[in-house]
Design a protein around this ligand. Structure first.
Ligand SMILES: CC(C)(COP(=O)(O)OP(=O)(O)OC[C@H]1O[C@@H](n2cnc3c(N)ncnc32)[C@H](O)[C@@H]1OP(=O)(O)O)[C@@H](O)C(=O)NCCC(=O)NCCS
Length: 297
């Protein structure tokens, strides 16, 4: 953890978050085959990498046996630029290859990002890491952004009036126990993968008041969830896109975040199309990530 906090300066981690995100991750099996590799120099840890093969199904998508993931790599600043990062990365790739993987992701994709701590390499703060991955034969697959804005001056009434006019039949409402089955069926159909697990965890925690669904002609056609000021995931069924249903969901979520005394609304991960959506509401990019991919031949 001290290496993590010294090397990943923009992503400090507390002990409890490290325990929950790594040691208690269902894909982390302690032991020789854990995929968590540590480099030693002068008898003490100098760096680490986590390589993941799914041990636990990604909801209905399963264990994705051809894919491997590297959610995090770091070398103690005192030991950087001595080849340790390259050695760790090679060991991680060997581990994944040994498990029959055909491609590696840093750190994942929408719907499949096991061991998620950040979407990819922060291009501004971790430029050396980006160079290391490119040098090792990774390519940039896509470039999501983190975004945020203040809620204090968010014109809920103005936005709502404009947006509701576009699709007045759509109703945005809090998820209720009666709707949970319809909601989960919608998610499985429209957004297979880890959003389903995120939604289940949310429902199990009892926080239904932080989930909104959009209902059109009696069907669930969209949803969003949040936690405090952290917005997402968020999605609308393909067949009902471009009818401002997503806007209704987002505006209502911001209204509720404000009511709960949230001063900002932010998220870590929007792909290019989604980023355009949020830019309309005045959100601006706070981080730019590179999601990297390497085919193993
Ligand atoms: C990325 C990181 C793990 C690299 O570890 P390292 O042991 O310093 O890496 P290496 O010595 O093996 O360097 C490998 C290549 O990376 C690039 N690189 C590493 N540090 C660099 C720097 N400061 N400036 C420019 N390029 C750099 C170079 O291409 C280098 O090859 P070269 O020395 O032949 O030019 C380390 O910089 C680090 O811990 N950074 C902070 C954490 C981080 O960004 N993690 C990624 C998020 S997943």
């Amino acid at each position: 953890m001290s290496i993590w906090n010294r090397a990943l300066v923009r992503d400090p981690i507390s002990e409890s978050r490290f325990v929950s995100s790594t040691l208690c991750d269902p894909d982390y099996w302690p032991g020789e085959d854990s995929g968590f590799l540590v480099a030693h120099a002068a008898g003490r840890p100098a760096g680490f990498v986590r390589a993941i093969i799914r041990r636990w199904p990604n909801d209905r998508v399963g264990v994705e046996p051809e894919d491997g993931w590297i959610p995090v790599i770091a070398v103690d600043p005192d030991y950087q630029r001595q080849g340790i990062g390259t050695t760790l990365l090679k060991a991680a790739i060997d581990y994944l290859r040994g498990h029959g993987r055909k491609r590696v992701w840093v750190c994942g994709n929408t719907g499949s990002a096991p061991g998620y701590v950040f979407p990819g390499v922060d291009q501004d703060v971790y430029a050396p890491a980006l160079r290391m991955f490119l040098k090792a034969g990774f390519v940039v697959d896509h470039e999501p952004v983190a975004m945020s804005r203040s809620t204090l001056d968010f014109d809920v009434a103005g936005w709502s009036a404009r947006t509701r006019a576009a699709c007045p039949q759509a109703q945005v409402q809090t998820l209720t126990p009666e709707r949970v089955q319809d909601f989960m069926a919608f998610l499985a159909e429209e957004f297979p993968g880890d959003w389903n697990m995120g939604a289940r965890a949310k429902i199990r925690s009892g926080a239904l008041h932080e989930v909104l669904i959009a209902v059109l002609d009696g069907r669930v056609v969209g949803y969003c969830q949040w936690e405090g000021e952290h917005f997402g995931p968020f999605g609308v069924a393909r067949s009902t896109r471009n009818r401002r249903i997503g806007e209704q969901l987002f505006i209502e979520a911001v209204r509720r975040i404000r009511e709960a005394d949230g001063r900002t609304v932010w998220f870590n991960w929007a792909d290019a199309d989604a980023a355009r959506f949020y830019a309309r509401f005045g959100l601006t990019a706070t981080r730019r990530f590179a999601i990297l991919r390497k085919e193993l031949v």
